[in-house]
Write a protein that binds this ligand. Structure first.
Ligand SMILES: [Zn+2]
Length: 299
């Protein structure tokens, strides 16, 4: 992942080449080809949005609820481009669309909305929501940035998969955001660049390093690099966190589980890791739930 500036420092650039992180998502969730493209694009976008978060506890969560057959897609990003994601129906596959491409909007749907939660430590989380405009994800992000954050942006997200095996060949993303002092003629240069932007994916697919591909794309636009990061798919789930989830079920439901099931198995929806809790462990958590119920009486 590379951050930088264009056109006399008047345009913010963040770009990512994330084949390995999208392939990790595909492997963990056993994603179909179209779901690899859909969740992959979302992961690329969230990795770029969260790249410059300040502290380890800051996070950005983006959910697409478009009403399509793939269900909801969610990605969570932390500083430096650490991301994880999940999708309701990872196995959904669709025929190629009229352009011969993976039908991402068909899988995601176009009827619903996207939600963005910016959780910056100490402050109340900022929650933004915006109707989907295409379900193809990049256009939806561009629309969200403009409508909800008053930030016009060019957003490109491209995931290429092997037609037979479904493995990820390449995955690239780019967000260009003019700063408030960007002069009109530079905005026009960016608009002229828009049709060329998908060349990023092509160059990377052909074997270019991200920096080389960006130098080609931004030729003559005064590209200056400011920071480089390594994006990665990583889940931060833990047994302690899931204990908290079980405690939050409350005394009544937890008593019910202990009596009827005698144990519990939780599966992390972001990394598919299994966590098992036996009766004794659940009983300890029940005691914690009871204390919590005493502290926080229902209103
Ligand atoms: Zn996990």
């Amino acid at each position: 992942m590379i951050g930088g500036l264009l056109l006399n420092k008047t345009v913010n650039v963040i770009a990512v080449s994330g084949r390995d992180l999208v392939e990790e998502a595909r492997r963990l969730h056993n994603l179909s080809r179209v779901c690899t493209a859909a969740l992959g694009r979302l992961l690329l976008a969230v990795s770029m949005m969260s790249a410059r978060l300040k502290t380890e506890t800051d996070s950005i969560t983006v959910t697409f609820a478009g009403g399509g057959p793939a269900g909801n897609l969610t990605a969570v990003g932390h500083a430096g481009g650490v991301v994880k994601g999940c999708i309701t129906n990872p196995e959904v596959e669709l025929p190629l669309n009229a352009l011969g491409k993976l039908d991402v909007s068909g899988a995601v749907g176009t009827a619903g909305e996207m939600r963005v939660i910016r959780d910056l430590s100490l402050k109340e989380p900022y929650v933004g929501r915006c109707a989907l405009v295409s379900g193809e994800i990049a256009n939806d992000f561009a629309n969200y940035f403009l409508v909800s954050e008053q930030q016009p942006s060019l957003v490109y997200l491209g995931v290429r998969v092997e037609p037979v095996s479904g493995e990820v060949r390449s995955a690239a993303g780019l967000i260009l955001a003019p700063l408030p002092d960007c002069p009109e003629e530079d905005i026009e240069k960016l608009e002229a660049l828009a049709p060329e932007i998908s060349a990023l994916s092509r160059h990377i697919d052909e074997g270019d390093e991200l920096m080389t591909a960006l130098d080609k794309l931004f030729d003559g636009l005064g590209f200056e690099v400011s920071d480089e990061m390594t994006p990665v798919y990583r889940c931060d789930c833990s047994r302690e966190r899931l204990e908290g989830v079980i405690v939050s079920l409350g005394e009544a439901e937890l008593t019910d589980i202990i009596e009827k099931e005698g144990c519990a198995e939780l599966v992390c929806s972001f990394c598919s890791k299994h966590y098992n809790f036996n009766k004794d462990e659940l009983s300890v958590l029940l005691e914690r739930a009871k204390r919590k119920d005493d502290e926080e009486p229902d209103e």
